[in-house]
Design a protein around this ligand. Structure first.
Ligand SMILES: NC(=O)c1ccc[n+]([C@@H]2O[C@H](COP(=O)([O-])OP(=O)(O)OC[C@H]3O[C@@H](n4cnc5c(N)ncnc54)[C@H](OP(=O)(O)O)[C@@H]3O)[C@@H](O)[C@H]2O)c1
Length: 256
């Protein structure tokens, strides 16, 4: 009998922000597809619980290594990831997913909240990509996946700092693609729409347009990651068709 091996079966993927929401579901989905995992977040007990779930319900033989990582402590990002990559014996892909969102009102004492979003979603992501790229340059290959947002294309009221952080991140990924392609490193940029997670305190995200559960988002994202696409939207329907209009919608569509 001939067994056709999935070429991705034994790849090793690091996911940041794996303790909840999209990152957690993506870790489960990648485990189901046979990938070994490195998982990071600030809340280690949630990562330990997730590892236990992967080993007891999916595959006890998968390597799952964990690391505490606060991407806002930018000086700690490279040493923490270097240690994690070493424990995994080398890494093929990193999903730069750790992120935060918050409603922020301009001119109403929300500067600290706004700067926290820039720190987490932009500075933290840049530090993560830098650390992973150093590892990938040493191997002559690698795959960086950035979880940006449709908000990087469409500005939204009371989300100015979030939109700006994700627009910056998307542009960073585009420039990284040009710079790193000749060095064997592939860049995938994923732009989710509304995914039902805890990300925005006080907003029932499941009532927002075309919201889908994080488990469904994770399946679509895993397909995009395995295909190493340049860029993809999630859920594909309807955002694939709406994408060209984002940034040009009448302002009445851009309010919470
Ligand atoms: N949900 C959506 O509708 C949506 C839409 C577009 C884009 N996205 C993007 O998708 C990504 C995941 O979001 P989500 O919806 O899954 O939200 P979530 O459930 O709140 O998860 C966010 C994850 O990021 C981690 N994180 C937050 N701040 C961190 C920090 N300073 N250092 C390290 N890790 C940090 C959290 O872990 P700890 O708290 O344990 O550190 C958590 O695991 C984000 O980048 C978000 O912007 C989400």
């Amino acid at each position: 009998m001939i067994y056709l091996m999935n070429s991705h079966t034994h790849s090793t993927v690091v996911i940041t922000g794996a303790s909840s929401g999209i990152g957690r579901e993506l870790a489960l989905e990648m485990a189901r597809r046979g990938h070994h995992l490195g998982l990071t977040a600030r809340r280690m007990p949630l990562l330990e619980k997730l590892r236990e779930e992967i080993h007891s319900t999916i595959n006890p033989k998968l390597s799952v290594e964990l690391a505490v990582l606060d991407v806002c402590q930018t000086a700690t990002v490279a040493p923490a990831l270097k240690d994690l990559f070493g424990r995994l014996g080398g890494v093929d892909s990193i999903v730069v997913n750790a992120g935060a969102n918050d409603i922020t009102d301009i001119g109403q004492n929300d500067l600290a909240k706004e700067l926290k979003l820039i720190d987490t979603n932009l500075s933290g992501a840049i530090a993560t990509i830098g650390a992973a790229t150093e590892h990938f340059l040493g191997r002559g290959k690698g795959h960086v996946v950035g979880i940006s947002s449709l908000a990087s294309l469409q500005p939204i009221a009371r989300q100015a700092a979030y939109s700006a952080s994700k627009a910056g991140f998307s542009m960073y990924l585009k420039a990284a693609r040009i710079e790193l392609r000749p060095k064997g490193i592939t860049i995938t940029s994923i732009l989710p729409g509304y995914i039902a997670t805890e990300i925005v305190d006080g907003v029932d995200i499941s009532k927002l347009p075309f919201a889908i559960p994080a488990s469904q988002a994770a399946r679509e994202m895993a397909n995009l990651i395995e295909k190493k696409v340049e860029s993809g939207v999630v859920p594909a329907f309807p955002w694939k068709f709406v994408r060209p209009f984002l940034g040009h919608l009448p302002e009445r569509f851009a309010h919470y």
